[in-house]
Design a protein around this ligand. Structure first.
Ligand code: F6P
Length: 540
């Protein structure tokens, strides 16, 4: 079936289902959870609270087939240049390839280089962690500052927080924003004599990172002398010539390759700070988890394939139901940065308006991705999730077990809250139920009548839930790979290039042109009246 026709059928089915609620669907099928949930070992995806029926499921699978998800998946893993606008292969999966099989780019196996960099990272990390590699003053490093932005920050920052129970190395700090407040507040607490700076930038041209790196360099040189700089810096980049020009010793430079997208790079040397924090063995477990998910993605039939199913539910919500946002709600405090990480992964990948061939897309593409950990979000924006006029599909994540054995009652409360939220979103509360409850509480009829409409929850609000045993390095690797492949499958179905990011360029160009005007070196006459007015206000 052609893709366009598959979308039309999907739209028709959504129309047919428009008056069927989640309550109806659950009432009609007592085994709905069994039908619409799937596992990969201990990782469970429950998508039974999505507004689909068996026919919609069938049509979604047909849609994936019509888009040739299986063919595109094979092309990605085979190193074909599926990033057409940049003429690049997309092989972050090679970074965690544990199969022993070669991975070819332009006929050459990239695995020996991948393994060599991982080994060099492990040697460097161990030397820093053990204190064998010291600072210019002969002290062991107590703190590591990673300077990077976007994919050179969010991946290691998110995973470092997520794996806090596994930290046994120096303390990690992340500086990304060009706002001087970020680096100033970070360095203020640190001792230059025991601080290592990692400059992480795929291109080594990103203005925020280069500016922060120069400030850090001055901080080290100012405190310890120019000769100390070499001992306090390391770099991660694909642009080894530019790193050399910055003056970082070759032995402390960890490379990666143009077939690793920035937002897919946490598995590469960009993960060096994480490896320093948790050690090479735990980092290896993180890669193992991702590889396990890669294997599942490659081998599981579409009907039981977690990333494929998550993508199809995403497409259903976005295109068949017309819902434009997606909330990421981890009931796992250490996944506090996951929503921000997924914002880049998802929105920079699939926030596109033309197809691979440059023609306009036929469907709405990437949704707005946002979120906060539960239970905090419950006391902030969940009011809108439950009773607002906009329906927002929610994605809950929760572990069966926390790391805090002595705080099990906290975890029980966390789990109860997580399950309660998806149940409440699904069931809602009718006017009659609200009135009955108020009546049962002893309220006068008149007051109950007045208050009841405010206590109505429309329900029928879709969600999916991911459950895993515990947030270990392995489980985290699997989770991140799951979302990566989900984004990939959605991109395939929308026929877009999920691996370029031209949309970030215009702002960068204009900022470069504006800088001399902000400094007052060049008049702003060529600018529109708003930009001129704002500049004048800021300069006054
Ligand atoms: O925001 C655009 C972007 O290119 C991202 O894709 C990337 O992750 C980030 O900037 C940082 O780029 P670099 O690692 O080259 O400094």
């Amino acid at each position: 079936m052609a893709l366009e026709a598959a979308f039309v059928s999907l739209g028709r089915q959504a129309e047919k289902l428009k008056d069927t609620t989640l309550r109806d669907l659950f009432a009609a099928d007592p085994a709905r959870f069994e039908t619409f949930s799937v596992r990969c070992d201990d990782l469970l995806l429950d998508y039974s609270k999505s507004r689909i029926d068996a026919k919609a499921f069938e049509l979604l699978i047909a849609l994936a087939r019509a888009a040739d998800v299986e063919g595109r998946r094979a092309a990605m893993f085979a190193g074909e240049k599926i990033n057409g606008t940049e003429k690049r292969a997309v092989l972050h999966t090679a970074l965690r390839n544990r199969s022993g099989d070669p991975v070819l780019v332009d006929g050459e196996d990239v695995m020996p280089d991948v393994i060599a960099v991982l080994d060099a990272m492990a040697d460097f990390s161990e030397a820093i962690r053990s204190g064998e590699l010291t600072s210019s003053t002969g002290d062991a490093f107590t703190d590591v500052v990673n300077i990077g932005i976007g994919g050179s920050d969010l991946g290691p920052a998110m995973t470092t927080l997520a794996l806090a129970p596994y930290h046994d190395g120096p303390e990690l700090h992340y500086v990304s924003n060009v706002d001087g407040a970020h680096i100033a507040d970070t360095l203020e607490k640190l001792d230059p004599a025991t601080t290592l700076i990692i400059v992480a930038s795929k291109t080594f041209t990103t203005i925020e990172t280069m500016t922060n790196a120069q400030t850090a360099r001055k901080w080290i040189a100012g405190a310890l002398g120019e000769d100390a700089v070499g001992d306090h810096f390391a770099a991660v980049s694909t642009a080894l010539d530019k790193v050399a020009a910055f003056g970082i010793d070759e032995a402390r430079v960890f490379g990666f390759w143009d077939w690793v997208g920035g937002r897919y790079s946490v598995w590469s040397a960009i993960g060096l700070p994480l490896m320093i924090a948790v050690g090479p063995d735990a980092f290896d477990d993180f890669l193992e988890g991702a590889h396990a998910l890669d294997t599942h993605f490659r081998q599981a039939p579409l009907e039981e394939n977690l990333p494929v199913l998550m993508a199809l539910i995403g497409i259903w919500n976005r295109d068949a139901l017309g819902l434009s946002s997606r909330a990421i709600l981890p009931y796992d405090q250490r996944l506090a940065r996951l929503p921000a990480y997924l914002q880049q992964l998802d929105m920079e990948s699939n926030g596109k308006r033309v197809k691979l061939d440059g023609s306009p897309v036929s469907q709405e593409t990437g949704p707005l991705v946002w979120g906060e950990p539960g239970t905090n979000g419950q006391h902030a924006f969940y009011q809108l999730l439950h009773q607002g006029t906009t329906v927002i599909p929610c994605e809950f994540l929760v572990a069966a077990n926390g790391h805090e054995d002595d705080l099990k009652h906290h975890h029980d409360l966390l789990v109860a809250n997580c399950l309660a939220q998806s149940e409440a979103l699904m069931l809602g509360r009718t006017l009659e139920e609200a009135k009955a409850l108020l009546g049962a509480s002893g309220m006068h009829d008149e007051d109950a009548e007045r208050l009841a409409p405010h206590k109505v929850f429309p329900g029928n609000r879709p969600s999916i839930t991911l459950v895993y045993d515990m947030l270990t390095p392995y489980a985290l690797g699997r989770l991140v790979a799951l979302y990566e492949h989900r984004v990939f499958v959605e991109g395939v179905i929308w026929e877009i290039n999920s691996f370029d990011q031209w949309g970030v360029e215009l702002g960068k160009e204009l900022a470069t042109a504006l800088l001399p005007m902000v400094k007052g070196d060049v008049p702003a006459d060529s600018k529109d009246s708003s930009t001129r007015g704002l500049l004048a206000a800021l300069k006054s």
